[in-house]
Design a protein around this ligand. Structure first.
Ligand code: ATP
Ligand code: MG
Length: 137
């Protein structure tokens, strides 16, 4: 079975939406196999999003992601990477399909409630960014 890295972002943790978002993952057949609440420093957010360093929103993104605690989690299931991105919906909530997390909860293209790995390579890198082998069963 496949695993993917998910983050519940500050806009969602601030509004106490972790349980509602987790319910959507579970209803879609994704299992939460690891989870913790952390508060990134701006430098740690910058390291996680290094691939976006040249994009115009990079500074804003790192500031936002370090503005409050986030919940990082590993989701497991058949085709978990793609399935999670379907449950999340489009990056911009204005374009997100009905019933998706971003349609129901996101505030804007930046404050869009969740992150999900976009490839097997990204999932492996992002899971090991946050979790040690001991934390993964
Ligand atoms: P994520 O990587 O968080 O799952 P994504 O793959 O849908 O989202 P990316 O293009 O990888 O989107 O952008 C990463 C994150 O950067 C977005 O989720 C969003 O929070 C932020 N972002 C993307 N585009 C913009 C923008 N135009 N303005 C502000 N923030 C943006
Ligand atoms: Mg992305």
């Amino acid at each position: 079975v496949e695993r993917t890295l998910s983050m519940i972002k500050p806009d969602a943790t601030n509004r106490n939406l972790t349980g509602k978002i987790n319910a959507k993952f579970e209803e879609a057949g994704l299992r939460i196999v690891a989870q913790k609440r952390i508060h990134l420093s701006p430098a740690q957010a910058g390291a996680f999003y290094a691939e976006h360093k040249e994009r115009p929103f990079y500074g804003e993104l790192c500031e936002f992601m370090s503005s409050a605690p986030i919940v990082v989690q590993v989701l497991e299931g058949e085709g978990a990477i793609l399935k999670n991105r379907e449950v999340m919906g489009a990056t911009n909530p204005a374009n997100a399909a009905d019933g998706t997390i971003r349609k129901d909860f996101a505030l804007s293209v930046g404050e869009n409630s969740v992150h999900g790995s976009d490839s097997p390579e990204a999932a492996a890198r992002e899971i090991s960014f946050y979790f040690s082998g001991l934390e993964l069963v």
